[in-house]
Write a new protein. Structure first.
Length: 180
């Protein structure tokens, strides 16, 4: 039985697609060159679109302009423009109301004649000095950015609501001459 099986194996011939040495060399070269070509073409395809790299906008015009812009701004206000000056009520509503409406940090409430009485007896100049330079928890000008004339208008407004009869302060000389 083993002889019959051995005879059958001898007669069976296996043939592959490569029959000559030239075909073998071509197959070996193709198996290396074709994958390399595919990889190179994929890299070219992916790298063909131009995309900026991360963080590369640092030299753009807008980025440079942001970096070299001034830190602060200088605003020049014309004191002679009486129309741009705020009234006492406007300054109060913009800055003073935060504390003087609620009485925060010991601030006298607007309209509270008992709290304003001793302050009014000290006089307008003492009240104006406290408002301009600050007193106790209140900072200079209450932390606002108003002219001294506008602050004096706010002081008169609050004091008169608290029982005083202070006259409205006169506009600065330059504003008065511009109004004429």
């Amino acid at each position: 039985m083993s002889d019959a099986h051995a005879e059958h194996e001898v007669h069976e011939v296996h043939e592959g697609p490569i029959k000559t040495p030239k075909q073998l060399i071509a197959a070996v070269l193709a198996s290396f060159i074709v994958p390399i070509l595919i990889i190179v073409l994929l890299v070219k395809y992916i790298g063909a679109e131009s995309r900026p790299a991360a963080g590369s906008d640092g030299l753009g015009a807008e980025a440079v302009a942001r970096r070299i812009q001034p830190i602060g701004n200088l605003v020049i206000k014309d004191a002679s423009d009486a129309a741009s000056l705020k009234t006492g009520e406007q300054v109060f509503n913009a800055q003073c109301t935060a504390c003087h409406t609620s009485g925060a940090a010991g601030a006298p409430k607007i309209g509270d004649t008992a709290a304003w009485g001793p302050r009014i007896t000290a006089g307008f100049d003492a009240l104006l000095n406290s408002a301009l330079k600050g007193k106790n928890a209140m900072g200079a000008q209450g932390g606002g950015d108003f002219s001294d004339f506008e602050i004096s208008r706010a002081v008169v407004y609050m004091a008169n609501k608290g029982g005083a009869t202070f006259a409205e302060p006169k506009p600065p000389a330059t504003a008065a001459s511009a109004a004429n």
